[in-house]
Design a protein. Structure first.
Length: 271
């Protein structure tokens, strides 16, 4: 019944979703049915938000719900179970709401700051790094979390302390998985581009990149011959390449890109 209703809503056959249907969407936000979860429930949430069918109180209420323990932190710490879908699609709804609010400013500063702390905490505690799961579709928890941090990086209510913690969360995610398969590094790189475009943090990012690359090089030195240490370097290298291209395309962050180029040149396998 839910799937049929959402197909009609997304197809334009019905214009409004009843409160009961919205509640059912929340209850099934982590369905293991990839089509229902991704193509119907998530897309319906996006349509609700961006077509202005939710008033400011309803949007704030939805945001407070999906940042809570039953959604964003549902069985947090598990890996390899279906609980990841509830967490990863809750954080994706958070990203959609924050992106909307960057332009519309209807969510209170206090709730934005609470959301930032919850999203950062989520990225530090999420253990399931799977991307696409056969028969069940996308989990992509790290990429979806990166989308939320990217949206927050653009928001004018974000605080300096939160920016520093966002950078820590990116670093944590880069070291969490030595062999990302589904372009998670690129999604993390977008956050850096947004911070430089929307916040005055170029010097902070330069220092952060210096610390990040020193951590990689120290790991390589202390774990000579370790395939994991090599793979971490590869992950960070892919991340830095993505940042470099994004900043160059946007024509921002020249000093950051100069630093990145020096690192990539040093790490390039030359004979």
């Amino acid at each position: 019944m839910l799937a049929t209703t959402l197909k009609s809503y997304l197809g334009g056959k019905i214009s409004i979703l009843a409160d009961e249907c919205r509640q059912e969407m929340l209850l099934n936000i982590g369905s293991s049915d990839g089509h229902l979860r991704d193509k119907l429930i998530y897309q319906s949430f996006v349509k609700l938000i961006y077509s202005n069918q939710l008033n400011p109180n309803e949007i704030q209420s939805l945001l407070e719900t999906v940042t809570g323990e039953s959604y964003l932190f549902h069985r947090i710490g598990e890996s390899g179970t279906d609980s990841v879908f509830t967490r990863s699609f809750s954080v994706l709804v958070i990203a959609a709401i924050i992106e909307y609010d960057v332009q519309n400013k209807i969510v209170s500063p206090a709730i934005i700051q609470h959301t930032a702390k919850q999203a950062i905490r989520y990225m530090m505690e999420e253990k399931d790094t799977r991307g696409f799961i056969p028969q069940k579709g996308w989990a992509h928890a790290i990429a979806h979390g990166a989308d939320a941090l990217d949206a927050l990086a653009k928001h004018p209510f974000i605080q300096k302390e939160d920016i520093n913690q966002i950078l820590c969360a990116i670093k944590h995610s880069l070291f969490l998985q030595v062999d990302y398969l589904d372009e998670e590094e690129e999604r993390l790189a977008i956050i850096i581009a947004s911070l430089l475009e929307y916040q005055n943090v170029e010097e902070e990012v330069q220092l952060w990149i210096k610390e990040l690359t020193e951590m990689v090089e120290r790991s390589l030195y202390e774990n000579k011959g370790s395939i994991d240490a090599y793979h971490v370097q590869r992950t960070v290298k892919n991340f830095l390449k993505s940042v470099y291209v994004m900043l160059n395309s946007k024509e921002i962050g020249e000093n950051v890109n100069n630093d990145i180029f020096k690192v990539l040149e040093k790490w390039m396998y030359l004979r």
